[in-house]
Design a protein around this ligand. Structure first.
Ligand code: ADP
Length: 232
């Protein structure tokens, strides 16, 4: 599980996110939504340890910036970044080595198959399309068996089969107790996945609520989004 306590991030004098608090429980899929500029990427990058900020973030009780904390989570950025001269196989091998995972081969084969990348395994990073790079980025994150996984706009650029496989995989991970945060604009596409909505606006949380706290079961993510961002 993941706990965010009183996080404030300033870019120079500009306060991008202010006093953010929320918690996502073990085995929950949280969708992080909000208009452009609300602060979603800033919070995801803060959790991933890529920014300096005020406040405290813990992953299963460990500070996110410690080695113990970093072992427990992984992050799929919005824009994948490949090593241009490593093949797909070598990316997986490199990540497994970096995380000290020795028996990763079977897991890697399963991921390659799931994301239709088996025949692309010898391609170099620089030869991959944007969607393929996104798939490699996702496979590398999943290979480390994280307890918490962060996705920044994971579905953009993926083909329909990969979207279907990723959603199926997220539900499997959730059932294994993995905590998942997905930042997205594609509300329809995560409708069947979410357990908790974290809605941001102007750098603040306007709503953090689990699905079963809503009175109306039929309320869609889109209804909730507009109700809280436009006050209708
Ligand atoms: P979102 O992901 O919700 O679209 P961001 O977290 O990217 O929002 O941005 C939140 C606010 O912080 C925006 O006003 C954005 O312009 C600002 N911002 C983001 N990154 C930087 C940066 N590196 N320097 C200055 N301002 C930034």
């Amino acid at each position: 599980m993941i706990e965010i306590n009183n996080i404030t991030k300033k870019y120079g004098k500009f306060i991008a996110i202010k006093n953010i608090d929320f918690k996502v429980n073990e085995g929950e899929i949280a969708v992080l939504v909000g208009p452009n500029g609300a602060g979603k990427s800033t919070i995801i990058k803060s959790i991933a340890g890529l920014l300096r900020y005020e406040g405290k973030i813990t992953i299963c009780g460990k500070n996110n910036k410690t080695i113990e904390g970093k072992r427990l989570f992984n992050y799929v950025p919005e824009i994948p970044s490949m090593y241009p001269l490593l093949t797909v196989d070598e990316h997986l091998h490199f990540i497994a080595k970096a995380y000290g995972i020795s028996n990763y081969k079977e897991h890697a084969e399963m991921l390659l198959e799931k994301f239709d990348m088996t025949d692309k395994r010898k391609k170099l990073g620089q030869e991959l399309s944007k969607g393929m790079q996104q798939k490699v980025s996702i496979m590398c994150a999943l290979l480390t068996n994280p307890k918490v996984i962060l996705f920044d706009e994971p579905l953009i650029g993926l083909d329909p089969k990969a979207i279907k496989e990723l959603k199926k995989h997220l539900l499997e991970l959730k059932n294994q107790g993995v905590t998942i945060i997905v930042s997205t604009h594609l509300l329809d596409s995560v409708e069947e996945l979410w357990d908790r909505i974290i809605l941001m606006k102007n750098g603040e949380i306007v709503l953090s609520k689990s699905k079963n706290e809503f009175q109306l079961e039929k309320e869609s993510l889109e209804d909730i989004f507009f109700e809280f961002t436009e006050g209708n």
